[in-house]
Design a protein around this ligand. Structure first.
Ligand SMILES: [Zn+2]
Ligand SMILES: [Zn+2]
Length: 379
């Protein structure tokens, strides 16, 4: 049932009763339907979605379910719309919202924590203890659009004001969708301690997070920054995004030795692991120097064997990093606003809303060297 709306709208931004929205049926089954446009409540705005990027996690959600959690269970056949990396225009304000104006261009971060649990109180709202508790009598106010609440493969979305970041006029819609990706690596690097200026750093895995991880690390002053991957085309983009060295693991005899030949035999200070394979995790451990730190920005689907003795003997720290906490997206946006790196380099394709299935296929199969694919919901 629609709640009674007591907020603010503008005749410049008329709001229709229904919108086009993709919903998830069975695994790997999506349908384009008409959904009612709901209006924002307290501390919320309605965003007209102008662009939404496809993330590897969307592919996981659509084919397997997790990490999406709808009404406490799998997201299938629940009228759920996936998609979480979107930006748009504020078109309605919930009651008492004065932090944003109608017409503001905004990009969004995914998580709005419950605001009352121990982790939310620490700014770790991506690790909210009430994750997914947003329904019925259990509604604790947690929202993670595209995971626990409706996401962005549609034309409008309701967002908590805490998830909004203003987009500067000279930034394109496509680029603005990348702020959450850059923000994820910003969160990882700052949770590791953040003082990485002048420290050597390796990024393993040149996906969108790894590529922007290179940029953010460089912008934070890390050096040298080394990017490791298997695809030359992606490694070349990494170079443009600031990598001092690129290493194609397929051509290196021993990747750990290759890294040490650049940074010295003691190993590298930081590793941002974005590949999520057992081999990559062990490579990360073996290339890290004593007292060094490893950021786990990806993870294998199943438990794996890693060299714990080597880690302990060498006082190597490993950090599990979830999402884009502690307002890291705002810090990432500042770098992007200042043009400290060109995030647009990872955007490769744009599709209309109706072509989402094709776009997902491009993302899944990396057709035509696809990296970041953006959907425009109004074309
Ligand atoms: Zn994502
Ligand atoms: Zn919480």
């Amino acid at each position: 049932m629609l709640r009674e709306f007591t907020g603010k709208t503008s005749k410049n931004f008329p709001i229709p009763k229904t919108m086009k929205a993709w919903v998830l049926g069975n695994p790997n089954e999506i349908f384009l339907i008409d959904k009612p446009v709901e209006m924002p409540g307290k501390a919320e705005v309605l965003v007209k979605i102008d662009a939404v990027a496809i993330c590897a996690t969307d592919l996981d959600v659509i084919s397997h379910g997790p990490p999406a959690l709808i009404q406490g269970g799998l997201p299938f056949n629940k009228n759920f719309t996936p998609g979480h990396e979107y930006m748009g225009t504020v078109v309605a304000l919930g009651p008492s919202v004065d932090e944003f104006d109608i017409g503001d261009r905004v990009t969004v971060e995914i998580h709005s924590g419950c605001g009352q649990c121990k982790r939310c109180r620490m700014g770790m709202y991506t690790s909210c203890h009430n994750y997914g508790l947003n329904y019925g009598d259990f509604d604790k106010g947690h929202r993670a659009n595209g995971f626990t609440t409706d996401g962005g493969f549609k034309q409008f979305a309701i967002n908590n004001i805490n998830t909004l970041i203003k987009v500067p006029d000279d930034m394109s819609d496509e680029e603005a969708t990348l702020v959450v990706t850059a923000g994820t690596t910003m969160y990882g690097l700052t949770e590791l301690g953040g003082l990485i200026a002048g420290e050597s750093l390796v990024v393993i895995g040149p996906g969108p997070i790894g590529l922007l991880g290179v940029s953010v690390a460089k912008a934070l002053g890390a050096g040298p920054v080394i990017l490791i991957g298997t695809r030359d085309s992606r490694l070349e983009i990494g170079k443009k995004l600031g990598a001092d060295h690129i290493l194609n693991i397929k051509r290196e005899k021993d990747i750990v030795e290759s890294v040490k030949s650049i940074v010295g035999k003691k190993g590298v200070d930081y590793v941002v692991e974005c590949a999520g394979t057992e081999q990559a995790l062990n490579d990360a451990i073996m290339m890290t120097n004593r007292g060094g730190k490893i950021c786990l920005a990806a993870f294998p689907h199943d438990p794996v064997k890693i060299n714990i003795p080597h880690m302990v003997i060498n006082n190597i720290y490993m950090f599990g990093i979830r999402g884009e906490g502690k307002s890291a997206t705002h810090r990432a946006m500042e770098f992007m606003k200042e043009k400290r790196f060109d995030a647009k380099l990872v955007h490769t394709h744009t599709f209309d809303l109706k072509d989402l299935p094709t776009a997902l296929k491009y993302a899944r199969e990396r057709i035509d060297d696809a990296i970041k694919i953006v959907i425009k919901p109004w074309s």
